[in-house]
Design a binder for this molecule. Structure first.
Ligand SMILES: [Zn+2]
Length: 322
């Protein structure tokens, strides 16, 4: 990494959060399912049930490479600890000719992370084995202070299921997703959102339309603050976010944004002093944050205990009449 990239690194790394080790939460195993046809053949599988928001793993990167350094992978190769190098070279290179290269392995397995404002690829011995789905059941958050990622379930995952993340922007159309995956990762996606049966051509069209609507949601939807002080119908924002939740569930695109929809619906009810619905929705938000963000869940718990401590409690009711 160049000097300015090194300057962006934290001066002292904090240790990653303690997380379940392999075997307790997940295992890396060969994919047997017909739906996974990636040449690598390996994937990550849940060994227990996960709730939405459950932490699957926390793992420190063995390498972080600035994308601008891809042309000089041979010099990076020489800097690697031999043990790390051996483990990294066991990862798959989908770009390989006769022999895998370090650059090919980074391109195949790197997860997008950033240091400062620099785009980097992180290599993780376990997390890099997680396969792609266009309706992934997990996502990762990067913590540059510990050079680690936290992999979190975005919906309930039953034991035995394969854990998947998005390699690309899954709000693109099916054709664009498959094209990009083929170019970048050299595989044809046969996830259940891409592998549409010939007798159901409308399903692919509908899915593309749903994803387009999800993509445009935040541009077309009023903010909570705007709705709160407007004379728009009380249920307008709640209905929009409820529909977004349904669309995301149908497309398997819960991601971290799912929690945001839940929180905004709770905020709407809170702003109207609707105690029953506020508690119901904020409790959903609390449960979804319990494992990965206990501090956020703690704040929500306090709101449930004392409704008036919720900052927006009754604020719509107090809005001046128009
Ligand atoms: Zn797909």
């Amino acid at each position: 990494m160049e000097r300015d990239g090194l300057d962006a690194l934290p001066k002292k790394f904090s240790p990653p959060k303690v997380a379940p080790a392999q075997g307790q939460s997940y295992q890396i195993a060969l994919c047997r399912s017909d739906t996974d046809r990636r040449s690598a053949g390996y994937g990550m599988f849940a060994t227990r049930n996960f709730n939405r928001g459950g932490v699957i793993l926390v793992e420190r990167a063995v390498m972080v490479v600035s994308t601008s350094c891809f042309g000089s992978c041979s010099s990076i190769d020489q800097l690697l600890d031999p043990k790390v190098r051996k483990a990294v070279m066991r990862l798959t290179d989908v770009h390989a000719g006769a022999e895998a290269t370090l650059e090919g392995i980074i391109r195949t397995n790197g997860l997008e992370v950033d240091i400062g404002s620099r785009d980097c690829q992180g290599i993780f011995l376990d997390a890099s084995r997680v396969n792609h789905s266009c309706g992934p059941n997990a996502f990762y958050r990067w913590d540059p202070t510990s050079l680690s990622i936290t992999l979190e379930a975005v919906r309930p995952i039953p034991a035995g299921s394969e854990i998947t993340i998005p390699y690309i922007d899954c709000l693109q159309s099916r054709a664009d997703r498959r094209k990009q995956l083929k170019t970048l990762y050299n595989f044809d996606c046969f996830c259940k959102h891409c592998d549409v049966h010939w007798s159901e051509p409308n399903a692919a069209v509908q899915s593309d339309m749903n994803r387009k609507e999800i993509r445009e949601f935040w541009n077309l939807t009023p903010s909570f603050d705007d709705w709160c002080t407007s004379d728009a119908p009380d249920d307008e924002l709640i209905d929009l976010h409820t529909r977004a939740l349904e669309m995301r569930a149908a497309e398997g695109l819960e991601s971290y944004v799912y929690k945001k929809h839940i929180e905004i619906i709770a905020m709407c009810y809170g702003s109207m002093k609707d105690k029953e619905n506020f508690i119901c929705w904020i409790e959903r938000g609390r449960k979804a944050n319990m494992e990965a963000k206990p501090d956020v869940a703690g704040v929500m718990e306090k709101w449930i205990q004392d409704l008036r401590s919720f900052p927006a409690w009754g604020c719509r009711a107090r809005a001046p009449a128009h």
